[in-house]
Design a protein around this ligand. Structure first.
Ligand SMILES: C[S@@+](CC[C@H](N)C(=O)[O-])C[C@H]1O[C@@H](n2cnc3c(N)ncnc32)[C@H](O)[C@@H]1O
Length: 275
């Protein structure tokens, strides 16, 4: 990949859904510069400085949503690691997330699963640690599932991933996860139906960037759907993005006073347990 002779920055050649990995990276890097930051993530800031890509032209001014998502998931992993210190975290569609370094307890294991073009970028910009394994495949393939022993206790992260699948694919993936793993946890974010519809019509974030279609969505009031997928699923926690740090999510956090609106309009984060 080419290095920009003027800036010394390295190019990335990503399109479609893989290109979206640069968006949460941009927002986490911006968070790092704030005094009241939700995350300590110097690696993300460093990556944005090293990558030859006009982040602001594509994604506009940074916003807090991705930092909230990252912090909520970091917290969930941290508490799981308290009781599973040598446990395996599996991050599906990990992109350039630096979560390993944000939560590492020195003994956990980590499996990073993504499409080949995204893994290529990840390997180029981030180090592969001893307790980390990279798996080049679709989250929808069985290859990554077979890497882990049947019945293992794992923590599965899917941040910014499921909305790019079809409903049948999401259902099937969650079903296979519950069949394979015991006493495990799964965490992911969900977009509401209005946002999916908007994306299917071609949703422009800036003049130069259109979000890839996001076909799968579920309204906040309908999360019972997850426990219907498999009898061993329980909802451990669900929250809107505005809930954990309302002061950072104004004016959206005012929505929370109106459950009717929240249930229809709010994106959310779901933390499931597999019993
Ligand atoms: C919005 S990015 C999220 C990246 C990362 N999880 C984060 O929060 O920074 C979406 C990621 O999903 C990956 N992806 C898209 N389709 C995938 C698939 N079928 N299987 C695995 N990963 C996929 C993309 O390559 C990209 O890394």
């Amino acid at each position: 990949m080419e290095t920009n002779a003027k800036t010394g920055k390295e190019g990335v050649n990503l399109q479609g859904v893989p290109e979206t990995l640069l968006w949460p990276l941009w927002n986490r890097a911006a968070e790092q510069k704030r005094e009241d930051r939700l995350l300590d993530d110097p690696f993300s800031a460093d990556l944005v400085d090293r990558i030859d890509y006009d982040f602001e032209a594509s994604f506009g001014k940074p916003n807090t949503g991705h930092a909230v998502r990252a912090r909520v998931i970091d917290n969930a992993i941290n508490s799981w690691l308290m009781t599973n210190p040598s446990g395996t975290v599996i991050s599906l569609g990990e992109g350039l997330d630096t979560q390993f370094w944000r939560v590492d307890n020195g003994s956990m294991r980590w499996i990073s699963v993504d499409l080949p073009e995204s893994i290529e970028v990840r390997k180029r910009f981030l180090s592969v640690e001893e307790r980390m394994e990279m798996v080049e495949c679709s989250a929808l393939d069985d290859l990554w599932i077979k890497k882990v022993q049947q019945g293992s206790e794992v923590f599965i992260v899917m941040a910014g991933l499921l909305m790019y699948f079809r409903e049948s694919e999401v259902r099937d993936l969650l079903y296979r996860i519950a069949e394979r793993f015991r006493d495990s946890q799964v965490i992911f974010d969900v977009i509401p139906v209005w946002l999916s519809r908007k994306s299917l019509k071609g949703m422009k974030v800036t003049k130069t960037y259109t979000v890839p279609p996001m076909p799968w969505a579920l309204n906040y009031g309908d999360y019972q759907w997850f426990t219907d997928i498999h009898p061993r699923y329980r909802i451990k926690r669900k929250m809107t993005y505005a809930e954990p740090f309302p002061e950072r999510m104004r004016p959206y956090s005012y929505l929370l006073a109106f459950p009717w609106l929240t249930n229809r309009l709010a994106p959310g984060i779901v933390h499931l347990e597999i019993i």
